[in-house]
Design a protein around this ligand. Structure first.
Ligand SMILES: NC(=O)NC(NC(N)=O)C(=O)[O-]
Length: 393
């Protein structure tokens, strides 16, 4: 079975790769396995999901407390670097080296290299690493990776300091291989608050049985958000993350619709009839037939959507590219799960009896009415090979 192909939109104000999943985030299992120096602040901070903070009067015994990775001012030759193990291995489309609050101490240059390690090395970097420099034993162990020779994803590039509204340093990446590890180099030293690695997970589908139900939209299986109407409080890609959501910020949450009608209408099933809705489109990691759907409103108690429905279609990669470019304004959507009334803070599971399509699909659109938050979307089903998909189109 071949993996899915992903199309990108034309360049816009923000880079198109920001739609994709952060494959290095701590919430998907990303870890820093080595850092040359963590004097002022540990490299593990690079992978935190929460946006960086600044607390003006917070100091440690090593200096100013900073919410990022910050090394000492180097007085010897060389530069600082760290190795990041991705939580989900996959294809990388872009990175954001965020320097928030590092002004006067951001590194002037960075570069990023990519590695593919079948057997990830184990280092014992647990606990608070503030004030730590790599030990001799760590340096010897990491030297075996020969990471200095890994291919470059981002060549040596200038970094902007982290003033408000200008702290993102986006680098588009054109690298087709599956990546498991990154080496982030800063020249020569300084502080970086977050490292976001945007890409699409790659599963070895040859090891997945055609008779086994898998969550075909999970980010670990190559699912990816490809468009949405609104992501004011939380991005829809959060819905395909691991496990149940930690809090509201770990789900999709839209702004309140300001066009809500003054008089609310309800249909025969008690579903609110509103003109407005919000939507998010996902590409599945592999085409397949869906047998059950989970819509989890965990944590959304006063702001869960009134109802939801799921639509689906089977697209070629060319169709997908066109749809991304036209922002999903046209499409051949069919209803997979008809409109369902939702409850607050609740895991809703819809099995085959509730679903209205039995043929393979490649994309889904979750439509919520009128607005609100959903923490997880799971699409359980069986992968089908592309020949079967082609014969049903
Ligand atoms: N005021 C500072 O932030 N100074 C130093 N950094 C920390 N974290 O104390 C430095 O050398 O950049």
């Amino acid at each position: 079975m071949a993996e899915r192909r992903t199309a990108l939109t034309a360049p816009a104000a923000e880079p198109d790769f920001l739609l994709f999943n952060d494959l290095a985030c701590e919430t998907v299992g990303g870890r820093v396995i080595f850092a040359t120096d963590e004097w002022f602040a540990p490299a593990a901070n690079l992978l935190k999901r929460a946006p960086p903070q600044f607390i003006a009067d917070e100091f440690t015994e090593f200096g100013k407390w900073m919410d990022g990775w910050e090394t000492r001012r180097k007085r010897t030759p060389g530069h600082d670097w760290c190795i990041i193990q991705l939580g989900v291995a996959g294809r990388i489309h872009g990175v954001d080296v965020d320097t928030s609050f590092f002004t006067g101490n951001h590194p002037p240059f960075v570069s990023v290299q990519a590695g593919h390690l079948e057997e990830p090395p184990t280092f014992n970097l647990e606990g608070d690493r503030t004030g730590v420099a790599a030990s001799h034993a760590e340096l010897v162990a990491v030297a075996k990776l020969h990471s200095e020779a890994w291919p470059e994803l981002v060549g040596v590039s200038e970094l902007k300091p982290g003033y408000l509204d200008c702290c993102h340093n986006y680098f588009k990446v054109n690298f087709k291989q599956r990546v498991t590890h990154l080496r982030l180099n800063m020249y020569p030293d300084g502080g970086i608050s977050r490292m976001r690695v945007y890409g699409v997970g790659q599963t070895d589908w040859t090891s997945v049985s055609l008779h086994q139900d898998v969550d075909l939209v999970a980010l670990t299986n190559g699912g990816v958000c490809l468009g949405y109407s609104n992501a004011h409080f939380g991005h829809p890609r959060n819905m395909i993350g691991l496990g149940r959501a930690a809090n509201m910020a770990d789900g999709w949450e839209t702004a309140r619709r300001l066009d809500r009608p003054k008089k609310l209408k309800v249909d025969g099933q008690g579903v609110l009839q509103v003109p407005g809705c919000e939507w998010a489109v996902f590409g599945l990691g592999h085409c397949g037939v869906i047998s059950s759907i989970e819509v989890d409103t965990n944590h959304f108690r006063g702001n869960f959507p009134d109802s939801c429905r799921v639509e689906a279609c089977a697209l070629t990669p060319e169709d997908e590219g066109r749809s991304v470019r036209t922002k999903w304004n046209s499409g051949k959507w069919e209803v997979l799960l008809p409109s369902q009334k939702l409850r607050p803070h609740h895991r809703h599971v819809y099995d085959t009896a509730a679903l209205t399509l039995t043929h393979p699909i490649t994309h889904v659109r979750l439509v919520i009415a009128p607005d609100g938050g959903v923490s997880r979307l799971r699409l359980w089903g069986r992968a089908v090979n592309h020949e079967t998909l082609a014969s049903t189109r």
